[in-house]
Design a protein around this ligand. Structure first.
Ligand SMILES: [Zn+2]
Length: 263
């Protein structure tokens, strides 16, 4: 079964009956008995887990969701946020089958590679045929420096998928048996697609508050109790939230310390 899901966005206040031009659509292939998803505890992967469970539940599918979480040794909050999100989704959808949540703490140096190794270990162990990933594109170039100023150059390079493919090609031993398909349902859009679906399903406060997209280190986040408002992920999330919830991202971001520093 292929699921198509669409989020439409309305304007605000006296214009609230008008629909904005931007449309956000995803396609989810649920023709799989066992699926896997990488959970960082951030907004994107958390929403994707919720959407998978929601559509499996709606369609009463006999699909089992397995989860892997690679925990960066200097960002231990990922363990807490990903577990809280999984608990929330399990409670919302008691009729959905959940398999293993495989977690591992890894060195900062090999964080991305170790994530792939962990994902493929999960695939082999449970005969997973579809791996889901909540990655989005970076914001469009035309928005770039106009909104993000000097922070634009710090945008997430991990979204360079050719680079990751290169790593897989150089490490053929990780190829899985059975072979699996990798799905990235948000990859045709930027982070606004994620916020659009949070809005559609009313999840921004409930699920959203359990997530943490900030990649700030311990000294930037008051020992991980706050978001840093400096890292790319904090800034990108604020921009996407503002856009979808109809407030002005530039005005908000201009008040953030990270933007004032260079003025
Ligand atoms: Zn941050």
């Amino acid at each position: 079964m292929i699921i198509k899901d669409k989020a439409i966005i309305h304007k605000r206040a006296e214009l609230c009956e008008e629909i904005r031009d931007d449309k956000y659509e995803i396609e989810i292939d649920l023709n799989h008995k066992d699926i896997g998803i990488g959970m960082s505890g951030g907004m994107d992967s958390s929403l994707l887990l919720w959407l998978l469970a929601h559509h499996i539940s709606e369609n009463e599918l006999d699909t089992t969701i397995h989860i892997w979480t690679c925990i960066h040794e200097e960002k231990p909050g990922q363990a807490v946020h990903s577990k809280n999100v999984v608990e929330f989704v399990k409670k919302e959808f008691p009729n959905v089958n959940f398999g293993e949540h495989m977690t591992r703490v890894t060195t900062a140096k090999d964080y991305i590679s170790n994530g792939t190794i962990l994902a493929y270990e999960l695939v082999r162990k449970h005969g997973i045929t579809a791996l889901y990933n909540g990655v989005t594109l970076n914001p469009p170039d035309e928005i770039g420096e106009a909104v993000f100023k000097h922070k634009w150059e710090t945008r997430a390079l991990s979204r360079n998928w050719e680079k990751r493919q290169g790593w897989i090609d150089r490490n053929p031993s990780v190829l899985t048996d059975p072979p699996h398909i990798e799905y990235r349902p948000f990859i045709h859009s930027d982070k606004r697609i994620v916020l659009a679906f949070y809005k559609k399903y009313g999840l921004y406060v409930s699920l959203g508050s359990l997530t943490r997209s900030c990649e700030g280190f311990i000294e930037m986040t008051n020992y991980f109790t706050e978001t840093c408002k400096e890292c790319w992920w904090c800034i990108e999330k604020e921009w996407a939230t503002a856009d979808i919830f109809n407030y002005e991202p530039k005005v908000m971001l201009d008040n953030w310390v990270a933007f004032k520093e260079r003025e």
